[in-house]
Structures are given as structure tokens and as C-alpha cells.
Ligand binder design. Sequence first.
Ligand code: PHE
Ligand code: FE
Length: 268
Amino acid sequence: MTDVEPAGLEQGWEAYTPEQHAIWRTLFHRQEAILARRACRPFLDGLTALGVEAEGIPDFRRLNEALARATRWRIVAVPGLVADDVFFAHLANRRFPSTCFIRSPDQLDYLQEPDIFHDIFGHVPMLMNPVFADYMEAYGKGGLKALRLHNLEHLARLYWYTVEFGLIATPDGLRIYGSGIVSSKGESIYCLEDPGPKRIAFDLLRVMRTRYRIDDYQESYFVIESFEQLFEATQPDFTPYYTELARLSDLDPGDVRPSDRLLRANPA
Ligand code: PHE
Ligand code: FE
């Protein structure tokens, strides 16, 4: 398997300014209040166990101690978006690449590329969950394989609709686990309570056929029953799935199929 030694980049925690720590605090307090009854239990528990507190931008060295104990994952600092093969090799080796910069005060509600709030607050709590941690490693290995098979487009949709924008059904209603949602104030509410978007029971091939939007809230969310279900569904060799997907047309983000099982929004 290809592996790339971590570049050895440092987070440079000491260099954050008081203003930058204050941006983290603002984002943290806002999301904490919104997510209390909207994020899934593993996310909230992971956040607590990590000790990602409100005081300011967390130090990767401290987070890594908690992660090592819980699931043997580790955060590595990267300068920004990394090449696909590098990204997958990190995941396949239980390393999560995180940016170090934080958004500016005028970008509190929206920014185009991931920053440290998205990467750490959004992604790392779920890496404290053993099943999800294994799923992410398997995804990294699957990514390296998809690269060889020239099938990244289909596999990338799985990441998008699970890791980034996934919902889970619980006895108390729908809950969020996707990092792109938990790090966004507006979408945290929209995805669960707005009558607009579709909430479709998870189906692996359905997900991999579905295009996604990067410029606005999602038109469809896919809902898993459990993290075990997600892990099990993605265990088989995807090679025959890719063959089948090559024959199937792509679906638009807002399409509904006769076979879709639609779930109701949570009461607002
Ligand atoms: N089983 C997949 C494959 O053979 C790998 C994978 C696992 C992909 C988990 C995504 C998530 O390609
Ligand atoms: Fe992300």
C-alpha cells in the first residue's frame, strides 16, 4: 500500500492570537447550544471525552493523547487540501489531516474551504467512536483502491453523504453525525427541521449514484440506522459495484426514486 510519511508539519499552537482563540470560542458556544439535541450521542460524547473545550483553539498534542487512548487515531497538521492519494493514505493509517488556520470574523457563517473549526470540531469527535474510527480507516483503504480503479467520483459521494453530511435515525428522531453539518449553524437546523430537503434511508449504491452540491445546503441527506449498518454495508469489495455504477446514470441531488424510503423531518 502506498503510504506517505507525515510531512512533520507542526500546528504552531503557540502562535494563535487572542483574536483567533476568540473566534473558536464564538463558534464553539454557538454550536454547543444548537447541537445539544441535534447531534448524535457518539458525537456529543466524543466532544466531551476529547476535552475540546470552549476556551480556544485546541492543541493537537492534547487531542492526540485522548485519541490514542480511545481509538489509536492521530491528527496530523496539513497546510490545506491535500492530494487524493495523500489524503487516503493518511486515513488508511488512522491519521486525520487537519488544517491549522481559523476563519476570519467575517466568515463565521460560511467559508468555502475547511478550516480548523470544521476539521477538528466537525470531524474529530466521531473519531473517538470505535466503529466510526474503523469505518474511516476502511474508507481510506477503499480510496486508494478507487484511485487505482479510476472510480473516485462514486466513492467521494459516499464520503460526502456520510462523513460530511450524514444523519442517523434514533428513537428520539433524526440526529446529525456529518462534520459539514455540525460545523455549520444554519445547516444544523435546516437538515433536521426544514421541510425542504429529502431525508432518504441509506442505500449504498443510491448514495454513490447521487451528485452533490458544494455551494449550498444539501437537497438530500442520507439516514443510517446505526454506525454498524454503515460499516457492514461498506465491507464488501466495491469492484463489482463500480462495474454496476458505470451502467447506472447519475442522479441529481434533489431526485427522488420510487424505491427511496423517505423519513420525516424532526418537529421544529
Ligand atoms: N469495501 C470497500 C472497497 O472494497 C472499501 C470501503 C470501506 C469503502 C468503507 C468505503 C468505506 O472498495
Ligand atoms: Fe470535512
